[in-house]
Design a protein around this ligand. Structure first.
Ligand SMILES: N[C@@H](CCC(=O)N[C@@H](CS)C(=O)NCC(=O)O)C(=O)O
Length: 197
């Protein structure tokens, strides 16, 4: 993807001094360092990659589809993530209500991926990266810790097919932490959040 003389570094470690230096505003990963240029915030990083390596686009080319991919990525971050994680862990309104609310939000994604291999069409794109990293490979592992089958096959056949397709992509498999280890880590995060509220 990158030319030989270019230098690209994607930081994944936790709050190291380097992370604090590179992302003093949010102090969060991911951070992209490309030829000494520093960028944080995952959507911003993906947009930058899309523009920089434009022969290999991540966002759809059609303006409406591009706007919709951005809209749905924002929806995943701003609505599904807090509903699916924080509200279940806090469960102020009761866990069953929080689960139903989360499932209601997931039905929007179920419709969007219907009949497609990926949100991006035949190959993974911007929304697959955002929703994929957040839903099957993050939230679903936290739900598993809580013994919740949030995306049952019978209610979400299309999302399940999409998750299966994602798991078959080699580069995705290479980036995803081993399930058991990841669930162990998510368990600690769930416990930490629960004890904070
Ligand atoms: N809006 C940010 C969120 C980044 C984020 O929440 N990163 C988490 C890891 S997935 C993190 O660094 N958490 C450490 C912390 O909050 O202390 C993005 O999309 O990049």
């Amino acid at each position: 993807m990158a030319k030989k003389e270019e230098s690209v570094k994607l930081l994944v470690p936790k709050k190291s001094p380097l992370l604090l230096e590179l992302n003093p505003v949010h102090k969060k990963v991911p951070v992209l360092v490309h030829n000494d240029k520093i960028l944080s915030e995952s959507h911003v990083i993906l947009e930058y990659i899309d523009q920089t390596w434009s022969h290999n686009p991540i966002l759809p080319q059609d303006p409406y589809e591009k706007a919709m991919a951005r809209f749905l990525a924002k929806f995943v971050d701003e609505q599904i993530l807090p509903a699916g994680f924080m509200s279940l862990v806090k469960a102020d309104k009761g866990i069953e209500v929080a689960i139903e609310e989360t499932r209601e939000l997931l039905t929007f994604l179920e419709k969007e991926v219907t009949g497609k291999d990926f949100f991006g069409g035949k190959t993974i794109g911007f929304l697959d990266m955002v929703a994929g990293s957040m839903i099957p490979f993050c939230l679903d592992r936290a739900w598993e810790c809580m013994e919740i089958d949030m995306i049952p096959e019978e209610s979400f056949p299309e999302l399940n097919r999409w998750i299966k397709n994602l798991n078959e992509v080699e580069i995705v498999r290479e980036c995803i932490p081993p399930k058991e280890k990841h669930i162990e880590r998510m368990n600690k995060i769930v416990e930490r959040i629960k004890s904070t509220y």
